[in-house]
Design a protein around this ligand. Structure first.
Ligand code: XMP
Length: 532
């Protein structure tokens, strides 16, 4: 099994793990979400492989363990099984879905296929209302939960009693309080279980008594200390700023740790949104006093993209040029031993838990800021243990402005993948102006933060219009606005009609050569968020 996900030097050094929660990853798509939910309680949680030996689990002194769900059935030979010593490890355990079925099966209970698959919302009747797991829940004796399972526990193992039932499951929740083993058939981590957060809290803080010490201030201090421990007193660090949140926070942490020995490089490929480069200079160079090299490479990218229409070809060219420019500029800037990168915990998890995730491959993206492995630097990755929302909290803690930290995601290849067809200077100008209006109006309507991404797409279509007394013939521009938790799935945003009307009217009036504005009403899947 690959090295365990996400233990950074910082986490280990500070001993934050002690008293945290380990989530054993049996391959469910929700395993990461459980980890995030625990972190939202300011409790350290790590997602670790399902078969982590109990000796290693105990060495990390967790307050509790949560077993995730799985795409497998407990009867599958290939189904993931934990170290058999887990159940007697003496650490409180909460099994979720497959996790509780494993617990039941391995401790002498009986699990079998349900009469009917339970998928979606279900109402549980709580029989163990006085149980600490249901503290504050089920005032009426019932709770709405979200189920997704084909097998059910038919007989509980010796020592266990039912805490909740549904029409089709006699053991929707059960526990052996003597051994501190708990299980639930439903998913508390998803938003469709309204009291799921409270139930998780009951386990994490109430039953396992985990320590709530994982705060943004603490994270920032730990990261700074770890950078200082890794980077020698005269070593210099290079960082590629992309304009995005991750590289911004990574750079700010490194700057706090080593000051002027950090140099940032920002490559302006000319595919950025309006005023992007100016804002970046204002914030990083002027407000934060960082050393930043602004590379004007618009011409070079423009030239390389001439005549290119294929989306993947565009991405490749932009990625390749980015690396070349970055290498040239960094060589010019002197000697650097380290490169700072904004790698996040989900990337770490994804690259270290391939085996359990083999059932459901998650789509990955190649960021143009993603530099190749053979660059001759050692990596400084201060965000390796953090989820995106934690990165934002650390950024705000460090005093980065909200305009940088709370911004919507923007793809590395920039506007190039929002111009269908060839990327010309003129088309870039058209899209940039339209994009500015979309963002401006979404912000004015107070929706910028609740919407995952909102932007304009320049289609290759032309359409007839009428302006004054004359006939016009110009571009068809699409507006895309989506809501999402993490970009993996998304729904089109139900923007108010008046807002759509305002955006459309401003665009056709203020942006030359646009005659028609359409709104994209496709969710992801089956579409993607970007058009290319
Ligand atoms: P899709 O279009 O695949 O996008 O639904 C999901 C999220 O990823 C962003 N995206 C990219 N980010 N390089 C990036 O850095 C890329 O090549 C890229 N393509 C898509 C997209 O904006 C959305 O947030």
């Amino acid at each position: 099994m690959a090295a365990e996900a996400g233990t950074t030097a910082s986490v280990r050094a500070a001993g934050v793990e002690t008293g945290g929660i380990l989530v054993l990853d049996f391959g469910s798509q929700f395993a990461q979400l459980i980890t995030r939910r625990v972190r939202e309680m300011n409790v350290y949680a790590a997602l670790v492989p399902f078969d982590l030996p109990v000796s290693e689990i105990l060495a990390r002194k967790p307050a509790g363990i949560i077993l995730s769900g799985s795409p497998f059935s407990v009867y599958d030979d290939a189904g993931p099984k934990p170290d058999a010593a887990l159940w007697s490890a003496g650490v409180p355990i909460l099994g979720v879905c497959y996790g509780v079925q494993l617990m039941a099966q391995q401790l002498g209970g009986r699990v079998g296929p349900s009469d009917r698959r339970e998928y979606g919302p279900a109402d549980i009747s709580i029989s163990g209302a006085t149980s600490p797991l249901f503290d504050g829940l089920g005032a009426s004796g019932a709770e709405r939960v979200w189920m997704s399972h084909g097998d059910s526990i038919i007989d509980a193992p010796p020592g266990f009693t039912a805490l909740a039932t549904t029409d089709s499951t006699p053991f929707a929740a059960l526990a052996d309080t003597t051994r501190n083993l708990w299980g639930i058939q439903f998913h508390p981590e998803v938003v469709h279980t309204p009291s799921g957060k409270r139930l998780l809290q009951n386990f994490v803080l109430g039953i396992a008594k985990a320590k709530a010490t994982w705060t943004p201030g603490r994270l920032a201090d730990d990261a700074v200390a770890a950078i200082q421990a890794q980077v020698g007193p005269t070593d210099r660090v290079l960082c590629a700023l992309s304009g995005g949140v991750d590289s911004a926070v990574a750079a700010a942490l490194v700057h706090k740790a080593i000051g002027d020995r950090l140099t940032c490089v920002y490559v302006d490929h000319g595919l950025m949104r309006k005023r992007e480069s100016e804002i970046l200079r204002e914030v990083f160079a002027e407000q934060l006093g960082m050393k930043i090299i602004m590379v004007e490479a618009q011409e070079r990218f423009q030239h390389a993209l001439e005549g290119v229409v294929d989306p993947e070809a565009k991405r490749k060219i932009i990625g390749r040029e980015f690396i070349r420019v970055f290498e040239e500029e960094s060589a010019r800037a002197g000697d650097f031993k380290f490169l700072a990168q904004g790698t996040l915990y989900p990337d770490v998890i994804e690259s270290t838990s391939k085996e359990t995730k083999s059932a459901q491959k998650i789509k990955t993206h190649h960021n143009v800021g993603g530099l190749p492995d053979d660059l001759k630097f050692e990596l400084v990755e201060p965000l390796r243990a953090l989820f995106k929302d934690e990165v934002r909290a650390v950024g705000l803690q460090l005093g980065l402005p909200e305009s940088v930290i709370l911004r919507q995601p923007f793809p590395g290849p920039g506007l190039a993948i929002r111009i269908l067809g060839e990327v010309t200077r003129e088309r870039l100008d058209t899209l940039r102006e339209a994009d500015w209006i979309v963002i401006d109006e979404i912000k004015a309507a107070g929706l910028y933060r609740s919407i995952w991404q909102s932007f304009a797409v320049l289609t290759p279509l032309h359409s007839v219009g009428v302006m004054g007394d004359g006939r016009t013939y110009g571009n068809v521009l699409a507006i895309r606005a989506v809501t999402s938790e993490d970009g993996m799935t998304a729904d089109w945003a139900r923007l108010p009609y008046d807002l759509m009307a305002k955006i459309s009217s401003r665009i056709v009036n203020e942006v030359p050569n646009v005659t028609r504005v359409v709104y994209d009403i496709t969710s992801k899947p089956p579409a993607t968020i970007e058009w290319e």
